[in-house]
Design a protein around this ligand. Structure first.
Ligand code: ARG
Length: 272
């Protein structure tokens, strides 16, 4: 059931909270940089221990959010749909990710530059064996809906648009995650009524997260189909996942949470 994955991560070398572009970021709160690096290293080691290929992107000075590597692109079937950030503070990150795919990787990725604003895997998820392979896409805060149609034309996969309605869940990956090749976990209240209905129709046996687990960034998880790496504060969700036959791997990322992200935000999945 677990499948070996290829991931891209970026160490929090220059991580600070010096601007606030989501409700979790408080520029007056103190961040322990040393602890952030230690916790991130724990996350990287967990992925390596599970047997995955983990590539590392070089962090750049002046790009404190670069640690949230999931936002740099969305990769399916070897095709890389580049990101175009909403906020100017993060726009240069897209260039670093593009260089990774076009210059630094041995794998022949096909890079497609974006037209519409989109924040990569922050707002796009892929479920490979559901309905032959579908993309779930969020909008409302960062990614424009135009990016959803752009993605559908680039990948030739159905893209399901989902409206996010709670600013605390400003990226899709804060409220929904693929837990294996056919199923997802999500927090219904983060979505509009109609989008919730769409999710119920498509994924009747989804794992539903409670509010406290969603607010603890429990859904900001990465799964290989069996092992689910998730924030250690989301005990309720971890218990639900165990009961459903998954193996939760809790990691503490308290410092990176201050930037408004957790496990998934730090990990981009490269799908060959
Ligand atoms: N501070 C970052 C931002 O607001 C956090 C990004 C979190 N990444 C994610 N994939 N949700 O853009």
């Amino acid at each position: 059931m677990p499948r070996k994955r290829t991931y891209l991560v970026c160490p929090p070398e220059h991580f600070v909270v010096e601007y606030a572009i989501n409700p979790w970021m408080d520029t007056t709160a103190s961040v322990d940089g040393e602890l952030a690096r230690k916790q991130w290293e724990g996350l990287r080691e967990a992925l390596v221990r599970l047997g995955h290929d983990v590539h590392v992107l070089s962090p750049e000075i002046g790009l404190p959010d670069m640690v949230y590597a999931a936002n740099g692109a969305f990769v399916v079937d070897g095709i890389v749909y580049g990101a175009r950030f909403k906020h100017p503070q993060r726009s240069a990150e897209a260039v670093a990710h593009r260089r990774f795919y076009t210059e630094r990787s041995e794998h022949p990725w096909r890079f497609v530059p974006p037209v519409a604003t989109n924040e990569g895997e922050g707002d796009f998820a892929y479920v490979p064996d559901a309905y032959g392979g579908i993309v779930l896409a969020g909008y409302g805060y960062r990614t424009e809906q135009a990016a959803h149609t752009e993605a559908q034309e680039i990948f030739g996969r159905p893209v399901i648009s989902l409206k996010l309605t709670d600013p605390r869940f400003y990226h899709l990956d804060t409220a929904l995650a693929a837990i294996d090749d056919t199923n997802i976990a999500y927090y219904p209240a983060a979505f509009s009524d109609r989008s919730r209905r769409v999710l119920e129709q498509l994924f009747p046996s989804a794992v539903i997260a409670a509010e406290d687990d969603a607010l603890a960034f429990g859904l900001n998880l990465v799964s290989d189909g069996r092992h689910v790496v998730l924030n250690s504060d989301a005990d309720g969700l971890a218990a639900k996942l165990s009961a459903a036959g998954y193996e939760p791997i809790p990691v503490d990322l308290s410092e990176l949470k201050k930037g408004g992200g957790s496990v998934k935000c730090c990990i981009a999945e490269l799908r060959h």
